[in-house]
Design a binder for this molecule. Structure first.
Ligand SMILES: NC(=O)c1ccc[n+]([C@@H]2O[C@H](COP(=O)([O-])OP(=O)(O)OC[C@H]3O[C@@H](n4cnc5c(N)ncnc54)[C@H](O)[C@@H]3O)[C@@H](O)[C@H]2O)c1
Length: 337
């Protein structure tokens, strides 16, 4: 049962307009207006002089939301909840929000699904040498002896190293379960027992890198994960191994990766870079053993509606007086994305 119209909380969209337009088509707006009092056409991209803040109880945020600092909060005395229709809240939810006790919910679990799908596709194609063979076929216009050229290639009994049992990392592990692949995990916050329950073997990062045919990064951007893949660790990768980075560009030393990939010794599938975007002259755009994508692993197109659905579920829970299913806890931010 939704609250009656008179008791419906006031809500406001605070995000980039294009995100509101992409994420909240008419059916979703209908679901939203059934439980909150909102002007669905009004999207606050700037909160500096936003009159709607005066009586807003729920801010529905997404990419492009302005920073919710003390000044904004001072003009939003009734604000009780922030429902973020995206992943990380670190960009806009400030200490002032936590100090005020504002409830925060987010949808990184929904956003983890397409990242994990992209990763699994990249792993399977990397082990099968699909990009390289496609390039050679384009060049030679005739089949070659692929097994001689790529001894041991394919997706049977290969080893995948997952760095970080994050929402994305755990989803990758889950999606890899049906395959004949061994999965290693490096994560300082996971016990050997918990790793075993996930069906993976917990190892130290160096061992993971040395033993894996594919190394896939899923740890958050934190001071301790900066350049997790530095020149030394990249040098530990097996000849012909593939590095996948869908996490954040800062996890990899870009110069070291560029140098190592330029030798042709390792392969890379890179969705996030530092800087993002890379300079136009970066060899990573053109090296045949590197696939560079423009931060597309996360939700795009129709995938955005999975996030919308998660956010609407949270708003309905709030309106029904229930706790959020995907509450963000301040203390967890020190080790999460
Ligand atoms: N490419 C994209 O479009 C896209 C989309 C979504 C998320 N991401 C990125 O994917 C990564 C995972 O996101 P998430 O929401 O699943 O993260 P998350 O918040 O669930 O990750 C938290 C977990 O990471 C693990 N972790 C923390 N520090 C670690 C370390 N030093 N080494 C290894 N593991 C560590 C811990 O298990 C921790 O619980 C992040 O870097 C995020 O920014 C990218």
């Amino acid at each position: 049962m939704h609250p009656t119209p008179t008791t419906r909380p006031r809500a406001l969209f605070a995000m980039g307009r294009r995100h509101r337009d992409a994420m909240f088509p008419p059916a979703e707006i209908q679901r939203l207006t059934a439980c909150v009092d909102i002007d669905p056409d009004h999207v606050a991209e700037d909160l500096t002089d936003e009159p709607a803040l005066a009586d807003v109880e729920i801010l529905i945020t997404s990419w492009g939301c302005p920073v919710l600092d003390e000044e904004v909060l001072a003009r939003a005395p009734a604000l009780k909840a922030i429902v973020h229709a995206a992943g990380s809240v670190k960009h806009h939810v400030t200490q002032a929000c936590w100090d005020r006790g504002v409830l925060v919910s987010s949808a990184p679990a929904a956003n983890a699904v397409p990242v994990a799908e992209y990763t699994v596709a990249a792993i399977l194609f990397a082990n099968k040498r699909v990009l390289e063979i496609g390039g050679l076929y384009r060049e030679h216009r005739a089949p070659l002896d692929w097994s001689r050229r790529f001894p041991g290639f394919g997706n049977y009994r290969r080893t995948v190293g997952v760095v970080g049992a994050s929402l994305v990392g755990r989803k990758v592990i889950e999606l890899l379960r049906p395959y004949d692949l061994d999965v290693l995990l490096a994560d300082p916050y996971v016990s050997t027992l918990r790793a075993a329950a996930m069906g993976v073997r917990l190892v130290e990062p160096d061992e993971l890198v040395e033993a894996s045919d594919v190394v896939s990064l899923h740890a958050p951007e934190l001071p301790e994960t900066r350049h997790l893949m530095d020149a030394r660790r990249l040098g530990l990768m097996r000849d012909g191994a593939t590095l996948i980075n869908t996490a954040r560009g800062s996890l990899v030393d870009t110069d070291a990766l560029t140098a190592e990939a330029a030798t042709g010794r390792i392969h890379a599938v890179i969705d996030v870079t530092e800087p993002e975007v890379l300079p136009a002259a970066s060899p990573l755009y053109t090296l045949p053993n590197v696939l560079l994508t423009p931060h597309i692993a996360g939700s795009l197109g129709g995938e955005l509606h999975r996030i919308t659905s998660s956010a609407l579920d949270e708003i309905e829970r709030y309106c029904a007086g229930e706790p959020f299913a995907h509450a963000v806890h301040h203390a967890a931010l020190a080790t999460s994305a």
